[in-house]
Design a protein around this ligand. Structure first.
Ligand code: SF4
Length: 212
């Protein structure tokens, strides 16, 4: 977990306490021990009450689990390009907060496929975390799981993303930036020509607010 240091307000102190609790969480230990990877819980917590943009995604992959840093891979490169931000801006705690459906890598099943994020994680932590992020200006909903959970969408990912103009103000649904989704991007050229320019504009606006 990274969090602001120095002199802190009571609110930041409360959030730090919450983040320490999440970091120490071992609720899914037995579940993860039974996966093919037999790993232990290692929550990837990258949050700060100053954050202006929320990245709501699925769960850390193996690389994020090992590095203890979200999106520090090729998917992250693509996401940064979509958003029009540098790595420094992306990992600046005063800019972005990450709220995955589960804070820990869920592991692989016997066939080597990603296991779904444990629902228990969002049920246990999400409401408290969102209360501790009062400065959010923009919420990016990455993938069908976060679109179902945060937007209540029951439609397919393609339908939800293609109807991005109907999302609540300050919310933009996105596909996962995985390079495995390159074919999806080719099939849906409007994503690059219509949605991405608006996304970049909204990101810039969210990041510049309060700095003027
Ligand atoms: S996934 Fe969430 S609930 Fe499960 S151990 Fe990690 S932090 Fe705790």
């Amino acid at each position: 977990m990274r969090v602001a240091s120095g002199r802190q307000s009571p609110q930041i102190g409360r959030v730090q306490e919450l983040l320490s609790d999440i970091r120490a969480c071992r609720l899914c230990a037995a579940r993860f021990a039974a996966t093919r990877t037999r790993h232990g819980p290692a929550p990837v917590v990258w949050l700060d009450p100053r954050a202006r943009i929320l990245i709501a995604g699925q769960a850390p992959g193996l690389q994020a689990h090992e590095k203890q840093r979200p999106f520090d891979d090729r998917s992250g490169d693509r996401l940064r390009d979509w958003m029009g931000v540098t790595r420094e801006e992306f990992y600046d705690l005063a800019n972005l907060a990450f709220l995955p459906a589960a804070f820990c890598f869920p592991g692989y099943d016997a066939r080597g496929s990603d296991l779904p994020p444990p629902k228990l994680c969002a049920e246990t932590w999400h409401a408290q975390v969102l209360k501790g992020l009062p400065g959010l200006r923009l919420r990016l909903m990455i993938g069908a799981y976060s679109q179902r959970f945060h937007m209540g969408s029951r439609a397919s990912l393609t339908e939800t993303v293609s109807r991005w103009r109907e999302a609540p103000p300050g919310v933009i649904p996105l596909p996962h930036p995985s390079w495995r989704n390159t074919a999806w991007l080719k099939r849906n050229p409007w994503f690059e020509t219509e949605l991405l320019p608006v996304l970049r504009q909204q990101v810039r606006k969210a990041l510049s607010r309060g700095k003027e």
